[in-house]
Design a binder for this molecule. Structure first.
Ligand SMILES: Nc1nc2c(c(=O)[nH]1)N[C@H]1C(S)=C(S)[C@@H](COP(=O)(O)O)O[C@H]1N2
Ligand SMILES: [Mo]
Length: 237
């Protein structure tokens, strides 16, 4: 992989260290969208130790090195592409839809795994049936408010019941650093499929590999049946 192809990447630190630990790859350097200095103050204040890597704890990732700030009042989810009824949903619209709650392990390719994460959100399959998937569609693409990360699922994968558009994590609105207010959660696949700061859902007649896949990760991110290297692209993680 040519390093120049990779955008600036955070080297998987936690909290403020994410901001401080950014590594620029390639000649372009980094343009910061906004400061992230206070992003996790509540959590850090209430238990720094619980966020440190090494145990059963999340590491916070952002391929852009910053975290979009999206107030719930301004949040919008676009659904379009090969659908009968393209739509834009607000945070309140999403919350008003039938929801599911689930408790699942969350696992990153790099080896960390968090058991028993509770999520609440709307099944992707429900959103797809609301929008009305048209003939010829075979895949779904996802864009992030970070402007860089993208993901994709086959239409069949998108209909798996535990694939959700999540707005709550551990009983609270998904936090900014975890991709809030709304992120995708695909529990049966590696974490990179669970796109944070979800902006849009696009139904299509072809599957376009997402950001991580363009950087060496398998398009098929199933936890079972992983045949790739433990860390397909250490530059990214
Ligand atoms: N927008 C966006 N979504 C993303 C990522 C990212 O860098 N940007 N990283 C992915 C990876 S590799 C993992 S393991 C999880 C990590 O979720 P967390 O940051 O909430 O721990 O988010 C995934 N979704
Ligand atoms: Mo990951």
């Amino acid at each position: 992989m040519d390093d120049k192809a990779a955008p600036p990447i955070a080297k998987s630190p936690v909290g403020r260290r994410l901001f401080l630990g950014l590594v620029a790859l390639g000649a372009g350097g980094i343009v910061f969208g906004e400061s992230v200095q206070n992003f996790a103050s509540t959590k850090l204040g209430s238990g720094l130790a619980s966020l440190l890597p090494g145990g059963d704890h999340f590491r916070i990732y952002s391929v852009t090195g910053s975290y979009p700030r999206i107030p719930t009042k301004k949040y919008q989810l676009e659904i379009g592409g090969l659908v009968d009824k393209p739509m834009t949903l607000s945070f309140d619209d999403l919350r008003a839809l039938p929801s599911i709650e689930m408790v699942k392990a969350f696992q990153c390719v790099t080896g960390w795994r968090v058991p028993n994460v509770s999520w609440k959100g709307v099944q992707l399959s429900h959103l797809l049936s609301m929008a009305g998937v048209q003939k010829g569609a075979i895949a779904v693409s996802f864009d992030s408010y970070d402007g860089t990360d993208t993901e994709s699922l086959t239409l069949d994968e998108a209909h798996i019941p535990d694939v959700i558009v999540a707005y709550e994590m551990y009983g609270q609105t998904v936090s900014r650093e975890h991709g809030g207010p709304v992120r995708l959660v695909v529990p049966q696949m590696y974490g990179y499929k669970s796109l944070k700061w979800l902006k849009s859902i696009h139904v299509a007649d072809q599957q376009v590999p997402g950001f991580w896949e363009q950087n060496g990760y398998p398009v098929n991110g199933w936890l079972d049946g992983w045949t790739g290297p433990t860390d397909p692209n250490p530059n990214l993680t």
